[in-house]
Design a protein around this ligand. Structure first.
Ligand SMILES: [Zn+2]
Length: 295
């Protein structure tokens, strides 16, 4: 009887923590980083395929649209070429009139010179199919657990071309930017040999530290703070991903990411390199931070 009770308790405490759909999480990251997505470079067929996949996932979650669409097209010039990008975002309604933006870029660098193994597709599984898959999982959680804040889930395009999607979003947000209280950005969260997911941003916004502490207490991976001060030199990540555009607009941010690894911007950044256990815990940790913010 004792044994049975114990087993039931274990099961219960596990399911109480297991709030994200781990099967769907892995399916999303695998699909987005598959060879047929051709590295999801902005303006390419593979990038458009990723958009179709995400639009389908957004409506199934379901996310709400602003002005009847999930799509925000934008234009920018690069190497004297005019390029169109497309941000995808929707929201889950909260109870107050303020917003938190959860973001992850879905674009990557496309195809290029083959590596020694003859592989020329830069799949971008960690960078950043991982962040987008976590974003979808967290959105799904909130679709059935109404939050306090309105939560905007934004998959940005053209991060790899200079944070262009985030720039366009912050320039033309779907809600007044004064009502956006924070940005939580995920970029590369699916494998790390030291079991560490860094949280960058609290040096700028120390008022956010307590939310990380609350999540860290429940997490089986480490959530070290850092990579956000001048003394960090080239390892200061303040301007390294989409959160920088929010920071420039004085919107507090937290950026979640692992330290660079051998697969960074290589054709070897593939689904097979992901550590499912670490990845699930990383996504769950971001959810815990968001839950703490919504208390
Ligand atoms: Zn990235």
């Amino acid at each position: 009887m004792k044994k049975l009770l114990c087993a039931i308790c274990c099961l219960f405490s596990f399911s109480a923590f297991a709030q994200l759909d781990s099967v769907q999480l892995m399916k999303d990251v695998q699909t987005l980083s598959a060879n047929n997505m051709e590295g999801r470079k902005t303006g390419t067929r593979g990038n458009r395929m990723a958009q179709f996949y995400l639009l389908d996932r957004f409506s199934k979650i379901p996310l709400q649209t602003f002005s009847n669409t999930f799509e925000q097209p934008f234009y920018f010039t690069r190497k004297e070429q005019r390029i169109m990008g497309t941000n995808l975002y929707g929201y889950v309604k909260g109870q107050v009139d303020s917003f938190i933006v959860i973001s992850a870029h879905y674009d990557h660098v496309g195809t290029g010179k083959p590596n020694a193994a003859g592989d020329s597709i830069y799949n971008g599984a960690d960078d950043n199919a991982s962040g987008v898959a976590a974003l979808l999982a967290i959105a799904k959680y909130y679709a059935s657990h109404p939050p306090k804040y309105n939560l905007i889930f934004a998959a940005f395009d053209a991060e790899e071309m200079g944070l262009q999607g985030a720039k366009a979003f912050v320039a033309r947000p779907p809600v007044p930017s004064g009502r956006i209280v924070a940005n939580l950005n995920m970029d590369m969260i699916s494998h790390n040999d030291k079991n560490e997911l860094y949280v960058c941003g609290t040096a700028h916004y120390p008022q956010l530290k307590k939310y990380i502490a609350a999540a860290a207490a429940k997490s089986s991976i480490k959530l070290p703070l850092g990579h956000d001060q001048e003394k960090d030199g080239s390892q200061n990540w303040t301007s390294q991903s989409d959160h920088y555009e929010f920071h420039k607009a004085r919107i507090p941010f937290l950026y979640f990411g692992v330290e660079d690894h051998a697969d960074y911007h290589q054709p070897s950044d593939e689904f097979s390199r992901i550590n499912p256990r670490f990845f699930y815990q990383a996504a769950q940790s971001v959810l815990e931070v968001l839950k703490a913010l919504n208390e």
